[in-house]
Write a protein that binds this ligand. Structure first.
Ligand code: ATP
Ligand code: MG
Length: 629
């Protein structure tokens, strides 16, 4: 390919829309253009990168016996109704784009394909003799992300490799899961990426194994906690650790304490000399369920601990009644929520800042009557308010983190404004706490596997995720097979994702310098660029063209910068584009000499044009195998 024919437009300055280096560089070097928020055009240069990544993915997956397929992106709502995910994915903070067709039937644009593939399995896989099966596809996915950002990192339309496996039993699922783990490590390594595998959140399904592959980078949206001995690494969403020991509070009769205006743990500690670990803090939240009900949730945590929102969502999900459907969101009970849900609640009657774990269920129901403004505003609003009241579950779901439950004596809110209690006990409050791991593990915490080890934090970009799904979808969608003893049972399933377009950008995040991108050879759009320093010099022009033709003939991905531009401009663009090898045909051309520059580290040397092809072929062929080389 010739640069003059590449539609190449490079930008000197950082575009205002980009915050992180990889996003800036992909825009500046002409790899992508933004079309709308979270929606990007993959320009020809990036398309070549995506093709190379896809080729590596295909090679490694095909080698395991996985089958490539292509499933529809338009998916009927009823499949998602059957798995119970339609409302969760379309209402509230749901991320599925959805629409109606001309017959008025609802459809969604695929954010993922468990439903479609499980329905196919139900149709096609009938006997244990057909198992195991592993299907994958490389395709555009659609997700109406709440916060699309960082270019291809979190797009609303992006390319994913998603795969699904079907098994006759759990052991076979575990085999495939292990095989995918190994294939993923080879894929990322071949792409030239340094990744770490971390334990990941398995969502409300619980118990099933799940692992993410993270590219470590400052710009990562995920937090990874890992131990120095390399034996434990987990996404913070999932991580567990030993909390620091609490400072015991002397056993004492429970008494009330005046705490005027002291609404935070810091206030209480500053005013009374408590240690945060002696306090039970209580948070009041509201869970929005798919059936429209609003479930108040009262969380008790030790004062020095932070809430892990993912663990909370899993804990609440697991406790919803079947008729409530899936959990849509959990948010603090605030004036905004009361307004948007038209809840007939008088927040001033709730003692925020002094909540105790024994807050009565009645506190929320107490202000059931429509407020005067709602009545004045007309009977319609009053009716709505009553409907909202009916949606509010009258009983608090009380969840307690074990670190709080373990406290024998503690300080907690008095359920009265400006009052706390000292010397409280769980029995004294009349509570038998329901234990759920809710605390966020943090950097510095001791590890469970070895308390001598502590956790350190690093940021990561999730490029892949493998997951043992179990039988959740096969049971919901009736994907059953006949086992060896002739009985019918639900298929065991695994699912495996790679963010192909995100991976391309993550590679840039991990491989760049102040002059531009430094692509790993294996996924570079071109492996070598021949730059003719001065196109007006016949010797240079001739040799450049000759070398370009020979490089192509040798099977290398070569690009020729044949533009009639100043040499400096062409060198700058070559650096920005990040082509791993550059051959400069300049003044030495008359003597048959060229300069060979390695992009990574800008290592330069002169050599005879006659030796170039053999030399570069060897270097590039070694580079094609990525980090494995
Ligand atoms: P995240 O936690 O980043 O939102 P996820 O857990 O929802 O991702 P999966 O459903 O596991 O993602 O999707 C498989 C892979 O697809 C992810 O590992 C990631 O690399 C990629 N991916 C997910 N969402 C996006 C997105 N909005 N833009 C680009 N890639 C994405
Ligand atoms: Mg994931």
């Amino acid at each position: 390919m010739r640069v003059s024919r590449l539609m190449l437009v490079t930008l000197r300055d950082d575009p205002a829309e980009a915050e992180i280096p990889s996003h800036k560089l992909l825009l500046r070097a002409g790899y992508i253009r933004r079309v709308a928020s979270g929606i990007y055009a993959y320009l020809p240069l990036l398309f070549r990168v995506l093709q190379k990544i896809s080729a590596i993915v295909r090679e490694e997956l095909n080698a395991t016996g996985a089958l490539e397929t292509l499933l529809p992106q338009l998916q009927p709502a009823d499949l998602w109704e059957r798995s119970g995910r339609w409302s969760g994915y379309t209402a509230g903070e749901g991320i599925m784009f959805h629409l109606r067709d001309r017959q008025g039937r609802e459809l969604g644009l695929g954010p993922t394909h468990e439903e479609v593939v499980t329905a196919l399995a139900a149709d096609l896989l009938r006997s244990y003799r057909q198992l195991p099966v592993n299907l994958y596809q490389i395709q555009t996915k659609f997700r109406d992300e709440i916060r699309p950002r960082f270019g291809l990192m979190r797009g609303r339309e992006f390319i994913m490799k998603d795969g699904y496996s079907f098994h006759a039993n759990e052991a076979s699922l575990q085999d495939s899961y292990g095989e995918m783990d190994r294939a993923y490590r080879r894929i990322f390594s071949r792409c030239g990426l340094r990744t770490v595998a971390v334990e990941a959140d398995s969502g409300a399904i619980g118990g099933s194994a799940s692992q993410e592959f993270m590219v470590t980078a400052e710009a990562g949206e995920d937090l990874i906690l890992s131990s120095g001995d390399g034996l434990y690494a987990a996404n913070q969403e999932r991580a567990v650790s030993l909390a620091a020991a609490a400072l015991p509070l002397a056993a004492q009769p429970c008494r009330e304490l005046d705490t005027p205006g002291q609404t935070s743990i810091e206030d209480l500690c500053a005013a009374h000399g408590f240690d945060p670990s002696q306090i039970v803090k209580v948070l009041l939240l509201v869970a929005r369920c798919a059936d429209g009900s609003l479930l108040p949730v009262l969380v008790s945590l030790r004062g020095d601990q932070l809430l892990n929102a993912v663990k909370l969502a899993n804990g609440v999900s697991a406790r919803l009644a079947p008729e409530q459907g899936t959990l849509l969101s959990i948010e603090p009970l605030t004036a905004d929520l009361v307004r948007s849900e038209r809840l007939p609640l008088d927040l001033s009657a709730i003692p925020f800042g002094s909540l105790g774990p024994d807050l009565s269920d009645g506190t929320l129901v107490a202000t059931a009557a429509p407020t005067p403004t709602q009545v004045l505003a007309g009977s319609g609003n009053a009716a709505l308010a009553t409907a909202a009241q009916l949606r509010l579950v009258p009983k608090l779901l009380r969840l307690t983190d074990p670190t709080a439950a373990e406290l024998e004596t503690f300080v907690c809110g008095g359920n009265n404004p400006d009052k706390h209690r000292v010397g409280a006990t769980w029995a004294g409050l009349g509570l038998a706490p329901e234990l759920v791991d809710l605390r966020a593990a943090q950097s510095g915490d001791r590890c469970l596997h070895d308390p001598e080890q502590t956790l350190t934090a690093a940021r990561g970009i999730e490029v892949g995720h493998i997951f043992q799904l179990g039988r959740k979808y096969s049971e919901a969608l009736g994907a059953r097979f006949t086992n060896e003893s002739g009985a019918e049972e639900a298929l065991w399933m695994g699912c495996y994702g790679i963010g192909v377009s995100r991976l391309a950008q993550a590679a840039v995040e991990q491989n760049h310098d102040s002059n531009g991108i430094c692509w790993p050879v294996a996924i570079a759009p071109f492996e070598v660029i021949v730059v003719i320093a001065n196109l007006q010099e016949p010797a240079q022009h001739l040799l450049g063209e000759e070398l370009y033709t020979s490089l192509l003939a040798a099977g290398l991905d070569a690009l020729l910068d044949d533009r009639d531009e100043r040499a400096g401009v062409k060198f700058k663009d070559a650096d920005l584009l990040g082509i791993p090898w550059r051959v400069v045909v300049g003044r030495g051309a008359k003597e048959g000499q060229v300069e060979l520059v390695q992009r990574q580290g800008s290592v330069k040397r002169e050599l005879a044009a006659a030796e170039l092809i053999a030399e570069l072929s060897a270097l590039i062929k070694a580079g094609r195998s990525g980090l494995l080389a």
